[in-house]
Every structure is written in structure tokens, then in C-alpha cells.
Design a protein around this ligand. Structure first.
Ligand SMILES: *[C@@H]1O[C@H](CO)[C@@H](O)[C@H](O)[C@H]1NC(C)=O
Ligand SMILES: *[C@@H]1O[C@H](CO)[C@@H](O)[C@H](O)[C@H]1NC(C)=O
Ligand SMILES: *[C@@H]1O[C@H](CO)[C@@H](O)[C@H](O)[C@H]1NC(C)=O
Ligand SMILES: *[C@@H]1O[C@H](CO)[C@@H](O)[C@H](O)[C@H]1NC(C)=O
Length: 195
């Protein structure tokens, strides 16, 4: 056990937090209403289709909130790689269990405010299925970019009075939740999904 590496530990924690009990690969996941996406990844669980003629990126992001009533977030950061500057879509379930999604600006690590994003976003909706919250949205990305910086996270709850997000934990798994998204991937890091 002495040889258990930090990387393995991180991967195990990621798997635990973001895949929980279900470890089915993204390529086997399907959505209601005949929604289909060209590509998917398992970490984060993201399905997407990029339309270059419209610079539009349709996504479905799946994550299990860190507790019941918690939130899940997926963001693009136009100006950086981590949280500050991220333009976030955040889903949670309201009291009667209905999933809902709102947009937030991550101004800094301590200031995350509800508000319009810096780019167009449309067809926003959320679903709750098998313990996973799913965020659906289409966003406008800058013309002729190959890659966008994505940031994702899960947290325990939303303050009903202020609409502000309760802080997520600071485990290694919560700090490694960012990375580039190749809009039209080549090679082996991304898998082509069928559904
Ligand atoms: C891509 O966007 C263009 C412009 O809005 C649209 O005409 C076209 O149908 C879209 N392509 C796909 C595959 O949705
Ligand atoms: C193209 O982008 C605009 C927003 O910039 C959006 O309203 C429209 O629905 C998009 N068309 C398609 C086919 O996605
Ligand atoms: C990103 O940087 C540009 C140029 O400095 C600025 O206009 C824009 O407001 C910034 N966007 C965000 C989300 O911070
Ligand atoms: C929600 O925010 C208000 C105003 O900052 C604060 O007084 C209250 O304690 C918060 N509620 C929870 C459950 O954190």
C-alpha cells in the first residue's frame, strides 16, 4: 500500500465524487427527447456538439451534487483556466424536487454572483435522473477557437434568501476540476459518443 500514488488516489476520488455508484461510460448514456451529441468525456461527464457555422456549443453536463439539495456547476472561463472569471451554469433542485438552472459570474474566489453570462446562452434546462443533475445548454463560443477552458464543481446547497452558492469542499478532487475542452477532438483523449 505504500506505493499507492497520489495520482491514483486523485483518480479514485474523482471517480467516487463524479461517477458515484454509476460507472457507465459516457458513450453509453442516452438522453430523453432524442437529444444527441457528437462527443463525450467521462471526467467531467460532458456531452457536446460544436457547430462551427454558428460558433455554438451544445452541452449536457452530468454530476451528482455533494448532498441532497446541493448544486452542480459547469462553466467556461473566457479569460483564464480556473474559477476567477468563469461564466457558470449552476443547477440544483428546488424544494419540491424540480431541477432548475441559473447563470452565475465567478468574479473571484469569494464573489460568485447570479447574473447574465458574458456570452450568449440559450436552450437552458435541467433534469434530475439517477442521482445526477444534468445541465443542458447551448453557448456561443468565440469564432475560430479550437478549445475553451472549462471549469466544473459540485457543492452542498444554495442560500434561498440570497441565491448564493454554499461553498464546495476543498478536497483535492474539488481543486482539479478544470481543463481545456477540445471542441472537435482528435486522438484518444476524447471518445465519440452515440447518444
Ligand atoms: C449549425 O448552425 C447553422 C446556423 O445557425 C444552422 O443552419 C445549421 O443547421 C446548424 N447545423 C447543425 C448540424 O445543427
Ligand atoms: C445560432 O446562434 C444564435 C445565438 O447567437 C442562436 O439564437 C441560434 O439559435 C443559433 N442557431 C442554431 C442552429 O443553433
Ligand atoms: C475578459 O477580458 C476581456 C478583455 O480584457 C473583457 O472585456 C471581458 O469583460 C473579460 N470577461 C470576463 C468574463 O471577465
Ligand atoms: C443565507 O444568507 C443570509 C444573508 O447573508 C444569512 O443571514 C443566512 O444565515 C444564510 N442562510 C444559510 C442557511 O446559510
Amino acid at each position: 500500500m505504500a506505493s499507492f500514488s497520489p495520482l491514483l488516489l486523485l483518480i479514485s476520488l474523482l471517480a467516487l465524487l463524479f461517477a458515484k455508484c454509476r460507472a457507465i461510460p459516457c458513450s453509453s448514456q442516452t438522453f430523453k427527447n432524442n437529444r444527441r451529441y457528437d462527443y463525450c468525456t467521462d471526467i467531467p461527464i460532458l456531452h457536446w456538439t460544436y457547430n462551427a457555422s454558428n460558433s455554438s456549443l451544445a452541452v449536457a453536463f452530468l454530476a451528482a451534487p455533494s448532498k441532497s439539495g446541493g448544486w452542480v456547476a459547469w462553466a467556461i472561463n473566457p479569460n483564464g483556466t480556473k474559477m476567477p472569471g468563469a461564466q457558470a451554469l449552476v443547477a440544483h433542485t428546488v424544494d419540491d424536487g424540480t431541477p432548475t438552472v441559473n447563470t452565475y459570474n465567478v468574479i473571484s474566489y469569494t464573489s460568485i454572483v447570479p447574473g447574465k453570462l458574458s456570452f450568449d446562452v440559450w436552450d437552458i434546462s435541467a433534469e434530475f435522473s439517477d442521482g445526477f443533475l444534468i445541465i443542458f445548454a447551448t453557448v456561443k463560443v468565440p469564432e475560430e477557437v479550437d478549445t475553451v477552458n472549462q471549469v466544473w464543481q459540485v457543492g452542498p446547497g444554495i442560500n434561498k434568501t440570497t441565491g448564493l452558492l454554499q461553498k464546495h469542499e476543498l478536497l483535492p478532487v474539488n481543486l482539479a476540476t478544470y481543463g481545456p475542452l477540445s471542441l472537435v477532438p482528435t486522438g484518444t483523449t476524447n471518445t465519440r459518443g452515440d447518444g
